[in-house]
Design a binder for this molecule. Structure first.
Ligand code: ADP
Ligand code: MG
Length: 310
């Protein structure tokens, strides 16, 4: 599969200043982002997500490594690399005195797009701000400002759109709107790279997810594979009598005696049916007094992957 972005052995150390020590932000990061995908870069605060994005944007100078955008090496062919990518920054920053229409027009000018080829209205419609074309940006709600950032990143019709924590601090309804925008753009063929620390967001949107922690990629898989790996369930049985050892009938399961009468069984619902577990208990002559279940989710995997390492 062709890749929209290829990052090879990327390292970044922020230099020490008078007041701060040197900081290793990225360590040998390798990432391939397939063309046409919605790729999630997931990680806790300080993991290095924005550093990666800012290197792609040309705002941060990498220490070493290679970054290819749409086949263009950012060191060799910066212009073409930049023309292929639209970046929605983490921080909201634009001049409050321009209207959305003016703001987009100005941005298009910065990219050297001739007036006749500007698509400001089309883009405003795409992000649901057509009726705000002449409002001051400062009068827009937080969610609308986010969508303006997406609009600004799209003026030069880039093949790749990068969103850095697009929904941080955005309420759930606006978050959903933004997700819809992203999905529509992706359906139109735009490759999406988004960073987030919301697992739900990655789960909802992304086809492929990389997890980064302390500057290192700790997982990179198709979402379904990642979820399949972690979608374990835990079921606790309270039995009608004490257990000292596991009955033979339970040997095929991942079962553990917690207390004399409590038996915990971990299983993958894709592979094991609860019915089979219950039947095994019954065949061992055990009665069930109570059952509770606990579902692990992306949150668990995330914690597992990000707390253990380093
Ligand atoms: P994330 O976006 O995942 O929250 P960042 O890429 O912003 O993470 O930060 C990664 C690490 O690099 C953090 O420890 C952060 O403090 C540090 N860092 C980020 N920007 C700078 C900078 N300009 N100077 C020094 N350290 C920085
Ligand atoms: Mg960040």
């Amino acid at each position: 599969m062709e890749n929209a972005i290829e990052i090879t052995n990327l390292n970044k150390t922020y230099k020490a200043t008078k007041r701060t020590a040197a900081k290793v932000a990225l360590q040998d990061v390798n990432l391939s982002i397939p063309k046409g995908s919605i790729f999630g870069l997931l990680g806790p605060n300080g993991a290095g997500k924005s550093t990666i994005i800012n290197i792609m944007a040309g705002l941060v100078i990498k220490t070493s490594g290679q970054v290819n955008i749409a086949g263009f090496d950012i060191d060799v062919n910066e212009r073409n690399a930049k023309a292929s990518i639209g970046i929605v920054p983490q921080e909201i920053n634009f001049d409050p005195y321009f209207t959305p229409f003016e703001s987009l027009d100005l941005q298009a000018g910065l990219y050297g797009i001739p007036k006749a080829q500007r698509r400001s209205m089309e883009i405003l419609e795409m992000v649901g701000l057509a009726d705000k074309r002449d409002a001051y940006v400062r009068s827009l709600s937080g969610g609308m400002k986010r969508r303006m950032l997406v609009a600004k990143a799209m003026v030069h019709n880039p093949a790749i759109l990068v969103l850095d924590e697009p929904t941080a601090g955005v309420d759930i309804e606006l978050r959903k709107q933004l997700w819809d925008n992203v999905k529509v753009l992706n359906e139109q063929g735009v490759t999406i790279l988004l960073t987030t620390h919301y697992l739900e967001e990655a789960e909802e949107l992304c086809d492929r997810i990389a997890i980064i922690n302390k500057g290192q990629v700790v997982a990179c898989e198709d979402k379904d594979t990642l979820l399949g790996r972690i979608e374990g369930k835990e079921i606790t049985f309270v039995l009608d009598r004490d257990l000292d050892t596991l009955p033979d009938a339970m040997s095929g399961f991942c079962a553990e005696i917690k207390k004399k009468r409590k038996l915990v069984v971990r299983y993958n619902p894709n592979e094991t049916n609860v019915q089979a577990i219950i039947e095994a208990l019954q065949s061992a002559g055990l009665g069930i007094a109570d059952i509770t279940t606990d579902q692990s989710d992306l949150e668990d995997v995330f914690l597992q992957l990000t707390s253990s390492a380093a």
